[in-house]
Design a protein around this ligand. Structure first.
Ligand code: GDP
Length: 332
């Protein structure tokens, strides 16, 4: 059973005071699939909008087993030592079917999870990727309002979720392994092009030589890529979460990116472009919903499908007619 909802002000005031319990309850509210929760969730987010935007949003991806959770825990703890407040969110496409999630098991990042300066939130389950993405972006805004000044959005390095995380973060970090099958051929070029920097993880013990070799290969490969729009040339870094090496360099790299892009205007431009993107996404979502949930159109759609299947009508013409019927109905 869902817990009773609070008045909007209780959530907003709690969040602005950095109350983690109320932050969690507000995120549960925005993740709710109940139509009756929609208005309250929107009211909370709207009230908090002026308090958002002041974090560094870092996307982190890499194939399962690359060591993301170990890395996030160690890198995260280092940021806490530096005085930052860190929130870790996740988008896990696999959680839609299994209802599990990459962050479901909190023991994965035990030290971080226990620290009052960090906030860890599992990926919302049971929705489409688009739905998960929209909710995660809203959760990110709430975390900013609660005072988290660094936000990690983690995703597994498979499929479309990288693009989604890329579109809600300022800096995108790709974790890779040396000599474990995801060498240059294995990694999707598209994901590499999205990355603002690469980390060759587990560069320790017997892996060190292979990691250095991979570093050189990637450096050469990157030179063949078009110059990045950010004006920041991606770094290829080595790190080991076990030995806690390379973590400092990664944070310096993030800071250098922030500095470069805030100076050349890319930071602001990317944020603006992302806001515009989310507006469009949301609009398309509402338009689709308006159409497909319109009961009067269901029968017409069914008939049109039959006509198209039997090649009695072209899909273009059938779609135009349905669209016109939709317009007529909404204008009534
Ligand atoms: P995830 O699936 O990407 O979240 O990866 P995990 O953090 O669960 O780590 C996968 C495996 O790699 C585990 O067995 C870890 O103990 C191991 N691992 C994590 N970090 C390191 C590291 O820095 N060096 C080495 N050698 N192994 C690591």
């Amino acid at each position: 059973m869902a817990r009773p909802r609070l008045p909007a002000q209780a959530y907003t005031e709690g969040i602005l005071e950095g109350n983690r319990y109320l932050l969690s309850r507000a995120i549960t509210l925005i993740e709710s699939q109940l139509a009756s929760d929609n208005d309250l969730a929107t009211e909370v987010i709207e009230a908090l909008m002026p308090h958002t935007g002041r974090s560094i949003r870092v996307g982190i991806t890499g194939v399962p087993g690359v060591g993301k959770s170990t890395f996030i825990e160690n890198f995260g703890l280092r940021l806490l030592e530096k005085g930052h407040k860190l929130a870790v969110l996740a988008i896990d496409p696999s959680s839609q079917s299994t209802k599990g999630s990459i962050l479901g098991d909190k023991t994965r990042m035990e030290l971080l999870a226990q620290d009052a300066r960090a906030y860890i939130r599992p990926s919302p389950a049971g929705r489409t990727l688009g739905g998960v993405a929209a909710r995660t972006r809203e959760a990110l805004l709430l975390c900013e309002a609660a005072g988290y000044d660094v936000i990690f959005v983690e995703t597994v390095g498979v499929g479309q979720s990288e693009t989604v995380v890329r579109q809600m973060t300022d800096f995108f970090l790709l974790l890779m392994l040396a000599g474990a099958g995801d060498d240059l051929q294995g990694i999707k070029r598209g994901i590499m092009e999205m990355a603002d920097s690469l980390v060759i993880h587990k560069a320790d013990g017997e892996n060190v030589n292979a990691a250095q070799k991979a570093q050189n290969q990637y450096k050469q490969a990157l030179h063949l890529f078009p110059p990045p729009a950010s004006g920041f040339f991606p770094k290829i870094l080595l790190a080991s979460s076990y030995q806690k090496t390379g973590l400092e360099e990664i944070w310096q790299c993030v800071q250098a990116f922030v500095q470069t892009t805030q100076q050349n205007g890319f930071w602001q431009q990317q944020r603006a472009e992302q806001a515009r993107h989310w507006l469009h996404e949301q609009l398309v979502f509402l338009l689709k919903k308006g159409f497909f949930e319109n009961e009067g159109l269901e029968q017409l759609l069914h008939l049109a499908e039959q006509d198209v299947i039997r090649a009695l009508k072209s899909p273009q013409k059938a779609a135009m007619e349905l669209y016109q019927a939709f317009l007529n109905k909404t204008m009534q």
